[in-house]
Design a protein around this ligand. Structure first.
Ligand code: BEZ
Ligand code: FE
Length: 283
């Protein structure tokens, strides 16, 4: 069937003209996504009456975002994080039943082959910071323990940097480790009470935040990636209650259910206790 041509390009029909060009696209999903993207992009330019200079600045910004990106640094993900887009895509794709632990942003500092450790081990290798016992259970929605769950954890050190940000300064594997729960679903390890830190802000994303009058800080948190066969992958944090950046996280990762009761321990070698149970939703 022949469809009506939208005619030649004009300010009024610009999005329709551009999208008509991919009418023969064999990938229906790609066509749907591109049609919506083009519509929103064109409407955006019309809404703000984008000037030529502003578009030039935007192209320059995106060029620099690409140029600073490398195997070690992904500035486009940082941009997505800082615009709240990573958290939105995460929310759309991880709608969980009530009672299941919520996801939050993955961040760029996970390491795929972090050291495997024994339950109860310390992950802190540089001796800095206030020690904290992290412990709890991995449970299903009925409250039953999940044995054999992998609990992959990582945090910054007391100076606010991840080991991968300071090669040669921090020992590799500092403040990270992988644990596997036993039949009781329990995990436990000693780390440090994390501290708030700025996301990498020496590139275009940092400049964007400065121009917008935004700070680059994240509230203190411990990262968790919890996986078990038959259950949805959980990417989350526990946030330190009372942190000054809980209401202004640079990447919008805070959820009330993830603010953990970090408790001060008196008269013990370990200074803090951060209990938290993770509840996994079935796949
Ligand atoms: C992080 O928590 O490690 C993180 C998340 C998003 C951007 C930068 C860092
Ligand atoms: Fe982090």
């Amino acid at each position: 069937m022949m469809t009506q041509s939208p005619g030649t390009f004009s300010e009024t029909n610009s999005a329709e003209v551009v999208s008509a060009r991919h009418a023969a696209c064999p990938n229906a999903r790609l066509a749907t996504v591109m049609t919506a993207l083009i519509r929103h992009l064109h409407n955006f330019a019309k809404e703000v009456h984008l000037t030529q200079d502003e578009w030039g600045l935007a192209v320059d910004f995106l060029t620099k975002t690409g140029q600073i990106s490398s195997a070690q640094r992904q500035e486009f993900i940082l941009l997505s994080d800082a615009l709240g887009f990573s958290m939105l895509v995460d929310a759309i794709n991880n709608r969980r039943p009530a009672g299941a632990t919520e996801n939050t942003v993955f961040g760029p500092f996970h390491v795929a082959d972090a050291p495997r450790r024994q339950m109860g081990d310390s992950i802190c290798l540089d001796g800095k910071g206030e020690s904290c016992l992290f412990e709890g259970r991995v449970l299903d929605l009925d409250g039953q323990p999940i044995g054999g769950a992998t609990v992959d954890v990582w945090s910054d050190n007391a100076d606010g940097f991840y080991d991968v940000q300071q090669p040669g300064i921090q020992p590799p594997g500092n403040n990270r480790g992988v644990f596997v729960t036993g039949a009781d679903g329990r995990y436990g390890f000693v780390g440090i009470k994390p501290v708030s830190y700025p996301i990498p802000d020496d590139g275009p994303v940092g400049q964007m935040l400065a121009h917008l009058g935004r700070h680059p800080y994240r509230p203190a948190h411990m990262h968790y990636l919890v996986t078990a066969p038959g259950f949805q992958r959980l990417v989350t944090h526990t946030f330190v209650g009372g942190d000054e950046y809980l209401t202004s996280d640079a990447v919008f990762g805070v959820k009330a259910s993830l603010i953990a009761p970090y408790q001060r321990l008196q008269g013990q070698a370990t200074q803090w206790h951060a209990p938290f149970d993770f509840v996994l939703a079935p796949t």
